[in-house]
Design a protein around this ligand. Sequence first.
Ligand code: C2O
Ligand code: CU
Ligand code: CU
Length: 420
Amino acid sequence: DKGEGVEYTVRAQKGKTEIFDGTETNTYGYNGAFLGPVLRFSKGDTVKIRTINELDEETTFHWHGLEVPGDADGGPHDSLKPGEEKLIEFKVKQEASTLWFHPHPKGKTAEQVYNGLAGLIYIDDDHSKSLGLPNEYGKNDIPLIFQDRTFDEKRQLNYSAVKNDDGTVGDTLLINGTLNPKLTLKKEKVRLRLLNGSNARNYTFKLNTGDSFVQVATDGGFLNEPVTLKEMTLTPSERAEIVVDFSKIDSEKDLGLINEDGSILLPFEVSDQSGESSEVPGKMNDFSMTEEERNLPVTKEVELFGMMDQVTINGKKFDPERIDFTQEQGVTEVWEIYNKPDMMGGMIHPFHIHGTQFKILSRNGEEPPENERGWKDSISIQPDETVKIAIQFKNKGVYMFHCHILEHEDNGMMGQVKVE
Ligand code: C2O
Ligand code: CU
Ligand code: CU
């Protein structure tokens, strides 16, 4: 992992996209009309990104899951006015993973993401390349961004018409910005890099045949061992990499990825051709939780509460002038996050912290499930659930923590930790 100098220019742009055949709608995108490119870095790289705001409104460039100094993180403080640009620079110190980027302007994150501002980041390292996992981009290593949208009768995206303060859900699924996509594959192991890029919807992924698959990576890196699953849930902003072995699944049948309710998310068409014989090794990482980390006292408590525009963290709404917590750079602390139910019972809040990857120590006092024993930057928290995490920041700066239902975030379900 010697590292190189990598330079990117990322422009937030307005455009028009033909999502439905024959009809264009206004959209936003990075370096294009809708969504964005995959930015690829290797561990050790020094990355320079020239960020340019070509929108008619303020925006920021946030690198979700990336361990960057606070001044490169693109939180709401880092707002660029229309026409402004900013050069950021950082060194990639974290391991191979699938991250993403999106805007974070105060009160406008949900709308800008909804309109199309989102892209993926892949980090590679020497170890990940040596594992032998499927890694032919677009052939057996497939990025999949799941987002739900609602189009009006003229097939236009119109956020303000459908906005819901409790999280905007849509009736139309787009994958990588595409309506009704289909994935054509060979009879081989295929790695799917899943991102729940929706504003509020959760997905529970299953194969319609009932076959199992293995999860190989969490938000921030590989699991120690592949975890065999029949279904896996992602709440907004979570990622997972799964490997499906299409050489073992009967492709005479209709194949596809389905949601919990049985609705089809993504149909697969498997050709007779066999492909590469990639492997899923039994041992992929050496993620560990030390006794010391397990025994640390809780030093930060976070209480998530409320619904609609009444959402709070520790009883407060986001105030850009208020620092909620301070933490020392390089020191591990335990945060305890509690989702306090309300009279209606409450809802799942996907909780995210900027600028770092953390470890889940426990869920309601129990070990986390096997497929969460890896680096995470976002976690689903059920009503009345208490989650303990061990968290350390490698860089200094002010970082956001918030609910990743984007309307909750915009409504103030967000706080700030200052790392010094
Ligand atoms: Cu996906 Cu505050 O971020
Ligand atoms: Cu983030
Ligand atoms: Cu929430």
